[in-house]
Ligand binder design. Structure first.
Ligand code: AMP
Ligand code: MG
Length: 267
């Protein structure tokens, strides 16, 4: 199941035709919610092992249109995991200092260290998404980035990091509802931004950018998953499944004690 939404290298797909409706894949919400809850316990156990083992690293990248559910996914999937073992980083509009370096400089510094799970809320992919759509730099600058990203992720992979990338795919109608909700519910007003409305008018351009991002950068060593994200319960369940099956493959183990503890009595 965990490969259902994986974009394989050279696969033929149209992002506009990729499903946004999770019910097509798993109609039983109650069942999905139950499995998700159990999955969280398994994730917490894997995190303890990963940390204790102290060798491997896991990097999980989230990208989506505005209101696509990045924050909610991170909150739901990682609640219950020891906060000391998970580091979440959000990447915003680059600062002056960040812009004075190459685009991967700020990203590389936040890559997870041994034993850790690193979560990126937005990432280096903004540099081929928002940057491309709004012509922040010319094509001669952003186009080579696909290859630069692949090489960067290969480096991470070759030095012990598993990389998973999730595109939370919502429909344009779903985004409309979520924006409206942000306007209507006082507690959600803070999430609303006029700039998000402006970006919505570039929907098709963004879809083209997501398309090429996944075509160019879904590799064997750092796959993209396009997750149907209109239903939060499905989105959470599908992402949890991919993370857990990856951790099963990583198979982190508690290390043996450093000292010979046989026969030791604590007085
Ligand atoms: P939010 O996630 O709502 O706090 O918004 C962060 C904003 O930063 C989004 O509009 C992103 O598109 C923008 N952003 C993130 N990375 C970059 C980047 N490398 N270049 C330009 N804008 C970016
Ligand atoms: Mg926003």
């Amino acid at each position: 199941m965990s490969d259902t939404h994986r974009i394989f290298p050279q696969s033929d797909f149209q992002v506009q035709e990729l499903p946004t409706d999770g019910k097509l894949f798993f109609p039983d919400r109650k069942q999905a919610e139950m499995e998700f809850k159990n999955g969280r316990k398994e994730l917490a156990e894997f995190q303890r092992r990963l940390y204790a083992e102290g060798k491997q690293k896991l990097l999980i990248v989230f990208q989506a249109m505005d209101a696509g559910g990045k924050d909610g996914t991170i909150r739901k999937v990682f609640s219950g995991v020891n906060p000391q073992g998970v580091v979440v980083n959000s990447f915003k509009v680059p600062s002056k200092e960040e812009l004075a370096h190459d685009f991967l400089w700020r990203i590389h510094k936040k890559a997870p260290s041994k034993g850790m799970i690193g979560v990126f809320n937005r990432s280096h992919y903004e540099d081929v998404l928002v940057v491309r759509v709004h012509d922040i730099v010319p094509e001669s600058v952003w186009r080579p980035r696909y290859e630069q990203i692949n090489q960067f992720e290969k480096l991470l992979h070759d030095t012990g990091t598993r990389v998973l990338k999730f595109f939370l795919h919502i429909s344009k109608d779903e985004q409309k509802e979520r924006f409206q909700d942000r306007l209507d519910v006082p507690e959600k007003n803070w999430k609303f931004s006029v700039d998000d409305l402006r970006k919505r008018t570039y929907w098709d351009d963004y879809m083209s950018a997501y398309q090429e991002m996944m075509e160019q950068c879904s590799t064997e060593y750092a796959p993209w998953y396009a997750i149907p994200a209109n239903q939060k319960w499905y989105r959470n369940w599908a992402i949890m499944n991919v993370i857990l099956s990856t951790l099963r493959e990583m198979d982190p183990q508690y290390p043996p004690p450093e000292d010979d503890i046989e026969g030791i009595v604590v007085e």
